[in-house]
Structure formats: structure tokens, C-alpha cells
Design a protein around this ligand. Structure first.
Ligand SMILES: [Zn+2]
Length: 448
């Protein structure tokens, strides 16, 4: 066990969160109770990350520059023991993706680090409709053992920051630890340059926290399991054949259309459960809800509601026009969700130069309102960072790539600074996810 903790910095980092298996499986004893069959000769550690296995494998596979670059990617479940878990954001076992590469040059490894950060940013922005700020971590927030950690940070509705993905430039540190060596073109032995990058189901938590409202989930169309639900208005004791046929034909017509290169996915809900039917789809966050009854059939129209609009807002629309523009409607919802989140982020990003003002903002923050994102000067001293963290539970989320060089004074000590960095409270802290969980326990028709 000791050996695994000593190999890499990253394991030391997660040491306190490791699950350690010490006993064999449980067996039934004479009195019917369950007892472990025995102690393991060597305890097993359920992995919190895969650097050890990956590093050892890369070392075996690499002997010449011709073996490089190597790219390994896996989707795996990892375990990090948590005292208090938070749905999607912090669970003891979670599904994540981790990628590792080894390169012959520093530049190539750095390029890959940034390329993968952009892959994450593209997915989060263009699919989950969450605007992100790209940047690098301060030294104290870096992945231990990394020369550089880049990240994407998104603002949740409670104005906390969520780290939605990281990409690390590991320099030669991990190669030295694992013995990833190769002979370069001139026959000299060198250590490889490695990277690692990962993201997890936390992204789903972020998507929920960015878009959802008091009525429930709001799912961006590009990741929604279905795009449209059709709810025919049925008569209790009448003949519903015509309405059902009309609704069925509408479903077929919509399914022949495409959105973002894929067929439009349509649900049909003909249950007779009153208002609960519509609310169920609102809570599930389906992008478009359509009602169709005898009156709509007479006027060749549909009654349509979008999940990005207030629940009560429904519009009558010509049926043919609805069918022909469904792709545009979904695209419009996708864009609207992104624009709205971006406007919120910009509105709540403040530029501050006064320490008093900075402290006042975060000291006032409580409950659902956690202040803002603040772009402020920082002298680069870890002590100032630590002071702010201790005083206010506010951390430097990143040094944004687009933060321009300018003269200023550190928000903490007043010392010289040439760049603003991004400060915020993080969702990682023990906080108020309860607020979000409340979204899901509301009953249909209940007003906020
Ligand atoms: Zn300072």
C-alpha cells in the first residue's frame, strides 16, 4: 500500500479520500450472521485516479521517439471517499473520462493540453449551453506534480463557480516518477513529456444548475433525450380516433425533420391524467411541448410551449409552419439558453480594485446569493491567496487566458500586480445544493 502512495503526487493528493479494502468477502457463519472470510494479505486501494497504471504501462511501451506520441483514453468509475456527498457534484463513486498522453517534446505536450481544454470547452458551451471562462490555475490550485493546470470555469445561478474540466501539462515530472524514457533521434535518452485531462458526470450537475428553474429541469435540445412531446387533448367519453390520428401524423412529420444533423425525437403522451401530464414534461425539461385538440385540428394549428420560456406562455402556431421550422425552434432554444447564461455571467462579473469593496461583497453573500465573479489584481503571492481563502472562502478560480496585462495593485496586500485574476466562491465547498434539490420536490401547479 505504501508503495502506491509514494509513486505519484496525485495519489498523495487523494490519500485521505481513498477507499481501502482490507478484508475478503463476507461469509455466513453458524449463527446466520455475516463475517468477513479473512484479512487480505495486502490491502487493496480502490483507485481514485489511474496515473499509476497508465505511467507504468507507458514506461513499458516507450523506448524510442518512434513510439511517441502515445494517447490513452478511458471512461472509468473511480472512488473518492466523501463524508458528505452531493448529487452529480461530489459522489463517492463517479463515472469519469481521463486521457493521458506522452510526447517527445514539451511544445507538443503543451499543445495537447490546450487542445483538450478546448475540446471540453466546446462541448460544454455548444452542447450543454454553459458559457465558460478558460484559464490556468494559480500554483497552489494546480494538480500536484503538474507544471501547469488549465481549466474551464462556469457560473452557476447561485453565482458560485464550477470547475467543469481540467487539462494538465505534467512536464517531465510524471515521466521521471514512472520511468517513461525514450531514445531521441540523436540516440540520447530523454524523459517524455506527459499530459492528463479529465471530466466527469459533474458536467451534468453544472448543466442542471445553470439552466433549471423553480419548475424543474431545463435541458438544452442538443443533449435532450427527446425534443418534443405531443399531448393530444382527449375527450373523456367521446370518440378520440380523429385526434389520435392527427397527433400520430404530426409525430411522423416531425420525426422526418432533423435537428443538429439528427432526426427530431418525439414523445407521444396520451395519458388521461389531467394537468399532471403537462407538468411532468415541464419538470423533465423537454424542450418543446405541444397540445393538439379538435379545435386546433379545425384551424390546422398546434398549441406550443417552449421550456426556455415561462411555463404559462403557450402560443398557437400553424401546424405546417411548426413542422417545417421545428429544427429552427430547437436551435433557437439552444442559443437562447446559452445567451441567457452568458448574460447572467457577464452581469455578475465585477471588476474591483478596492479591498473593502471586495470583502464587503463576499461578507454580504449568503444563501443562494454568493456574491459574484470578481476580476481583481493579485500580486502572485500565495500568502494573499490564502488570506482571502481563509477570510472569505473565496478562491482564485483561474487566471483567464484573455486577462490583459495592465498595472494594478493586489486586492489583498496592495502590492504590484500586472494582471487581473478571477475570484469566486466554488461549488466544491460545502454549500447549499439543497436549494437545487428543492427544484425537484415541487408539486405540479405549485407556485413559487
Ligand atoms: Zn498580494
Amino acid at each position: 500500500m505504501g508503495k502506491y502512495f509514494q509513486i505519484h503526487g496525485c495519489h498523495v493528493r487523494f490519500a485521505k479520500e481513498c477507499a481501502v479494502v482490507t478484508h475478503h468477502k463476507l461469509e455466513q457463519t453458524g449463527d446466520g450472521s455475516l463475517q468477513p472470510a479473512g484479512k487480505l494479505a495486502e490491502p487493496l486501494i480502490v483507485r481514485p485516479t489511474s496515473e499509476t497504471i497508465i505511467g507504468e504501462s507507458m514506461a513499458k511501451w516507450t523506448s524510442s521517439y518512434r513510439d511517441l506520441p502515445i494517447l490513452l483514453n478511458q471512461w472509468a468509475n473511480v472512488v473518492r471517499w466523501e463524508m458528505r456527498t452531493r448529487m452529480f457534484l461530489r459522489t463517492s463513486e463517479f463515472l469519469w473520462q481521463e486521457g493521458h498522453t506522452a510526447h517527445a517534446s514539451s511544445q507538443e505536450a503543451m499543445d495537447r493540453t490546450l487542445m483538450m481544454l478546448n475540446v471540453y470547452a466546446d462541448f460544454v458551451e455548444n452542447y450543454l449551453a454553459m458559457p465558460v471562462i478558460r484559464g490556468r490555475k494559480s500554483e497552489s490550485e494546480r494538480f500536484p506534480g503538474a507544471d501547469d493546470t488549465t481549466c474551464i470555469e462556469a457560473m452557476m445561478q447561485d453565482k458560485r463557480a464550477l470547475q467543469a474540466g481540467t487539462s494538465h501539462f505534467l512536464g517531465q515530472n510524471f515521466a521521471k516518477g514512472s520511468g517513461i524514457r525514450f531514445q531521441n533521434e540523436s540516440g540520447q535518452e530523454e524523459y517524455a513529456w506527459t499530459t492528463s485531462w479529465g471530466t466527469s458526470t459533474r458536467m451534468i450537475g453544472g448543466m442542471i444548475m445553470v439552466h433549471s428553474d423553480d419548475d424543474g429541469l431545463v435541458v438544452p435540445p442538443r443533449v435532450a433525450p427527446a425534443h418534443v412531446v405531443i399531448m393530444p387533448i382527449l375527450k373523456k367519453d367521446g370518440d378520440n380516433t380523429a385526434v389520435m390520428e392527427s397527433a400520430g401524423a404530426l409525430k411522423t412529420a416531425l420525426e422526418s425533420k432533423t435537428f443538429y444533423g439528427q432526426p427530431v425525437i418525439v414523445e407521444m403522451d396520451n395519458r388521461d391524467i389531467g394537468g399532471a401530464r403537462g407538468w411532468e414534461w415541464v419538470k423533465k425539461g423537454i424542450p418543446v411541448r405541444v397540445e393538439i385538440g379538435p379545435k386546433d385540428m379545425e384551424t390546422n394549428s398546434v398549441f406550443m410551449a417552449r421550456r426556455d420560456m415561462p411555463t404559462s406562455e403557450k402560443t398557437s402556431m400553424n401546424r405546417d409552419e411548426f413542422i417545417s421550422t421545428i429544427g429552427d425552434i430547437l436551435e433557437n432554444i439552444q442559443q437562447n439558453l446559452f445567451d441567457r447564461a452568458l448574460a447572467y455571467q457577464k452581469e455578475n462579473t465585477l471588476y474591483m480594485d478596492e479591498k473593502k469593496e471586495f470583502y464587503h461583497l463576499y461578507e454580504q453573500a449568503s444563501g443562494f446569493d454568493n456574491g459574484a465573479f470578481v476580476m481583481a489584481h493579485w500580486c502572485g503571492n500565495a500568502q494573499c491567496e490564502e488570506t482571502i481563502k481563509t477570510d472569505l472562502s473565496v478562491t482564485i478560480r483561474c487566471i483567464p487566458f484573455d486577462s490583459k496585462k495592465e498595472d494594478g495593485t493586489c486586492i489583498c496586500c496592495g502590492g504590484k500586480s500586472d494582471q487581473r485574476v478571477l475570484f469566486a466562491k466554488a461549488t466544491n465547498n460545502e454549500s447549499n445544493l439543497v436549494t437545487y434539490q428543492d427544484f425537484y420536490i415541487k408539486t405540479p401547479g405549485q407556485t413559487s
